[in-house]
Write a new protein. Structure first.
Length: 254
């Protein structure tokens, strides 16, 4: 049995990566043995109990849940015991990465990130378009992905680090990566899956151009993104061309 925990910032498109694995044979985690609690609900209850900042404006800490929560985790694993490869996707997993690592040796981690500009572009339809909101989102991205990267460095033998905008995803690289580095045997992915599951926004490039303008001075976020790209198993491989972005944004607008 292998359990795959997919984790990423709320604006990282981590759900897409999980759904791609599901279509390739990973079983989406069911409820516990009593049929009353799935992984996302369990983690939400844990985070609520410990009164964690859901916006990640502060340093992201790892939780050490007590025996009560360990018993609940056991019930969850028992409910999914018949599945050879199963897992879930949840941004709240960032607080519980070490917990799941220590809980079961067969847990593997798919850690998903994207650029701070892409994250802000995805959030723009749901937030005020002003520098203060951009500051908050960028700070959230920075704290979350700093914790993600630190966990990756300490646990490379059980993790893969993926940019959700990686070109390699369109070439079917995900299933091979899962097999070679996580010992999770998935069927080769259809190269069209990324287009099927990624949320399409007609104004993606417009939003990215706006976000680039709003957060052009965040050197810390850009430095962290470059570090993520340098060590990732599937980096973007697609540097941001601002001139081309302006042309593409104008075409979308017109």
């Amino acid at each position: 049995m292998k359990v795959v925990v997919t984790c990423g910032h709320p604006q990282s498109d981590y759900q897409t990566i999980h759904q791609m694995m599901v279509t390739s044979g990973l079983v989406d985690a069911g409820e516990n043995s009593e049929g009353s609690l799935n992984p996302q609900a369990l983690q939400s209850k844990i985070c609520k109990t410990y009164k964690l900042d859901a916006q990640y404006q502060d340093h992201v800490n790892q939780l050490v849940p007590g025996q009560f929560w360990s018993n609940a985790a056991t019930d969850l694993f028992m409910g999914n015991l018949d599945n050879e490869y199963w897992g879930w996707a949840d941004s709240n997993s960032i607080h519980l990465l070490e917990h799941w690592r220590d809980y079961e040796d067969n847990v593997r981690f798919v850690l998903v990130y994207n650029s701070p500009n892409r994250a802000l572009a995805k959030a723009l339809p749901f937030m005020p378009v002003d520098p203060e909101s951009a500051d908050q989102l960028t700070n959230s991205w920075l704290n979350y992905n700093d914790a993600l990267l630190r966990f990756y460095y300490r646990n490379k033998e059980r993790c893969v680090l993926i940019n959700s905008d990686s070109k390699a995803l369109k070439e079917g690289a995900l299933s091979g990566l899962a097999e070679n580095q996580l010992s999770v045997d998935l069927q080769p992915s259809d190269t069209t899956e990324l287009e099927v599951f990624k949320e399409h926004d007609r104004y993606t490039d417009i939003a990215t151009l706006i976000s680039t303008t709003l957060r052009a001075e965040f050197d810390d976020a850009e430095s962290l993104y470059q570090e993520l790209e340098a060590v990732a198993d599937l980096p973007s491989q697609e540097p941001l061309d601002k001139d081309q972005l302006k042309i593409s944004a104008w075409k979308q607008y017109s």
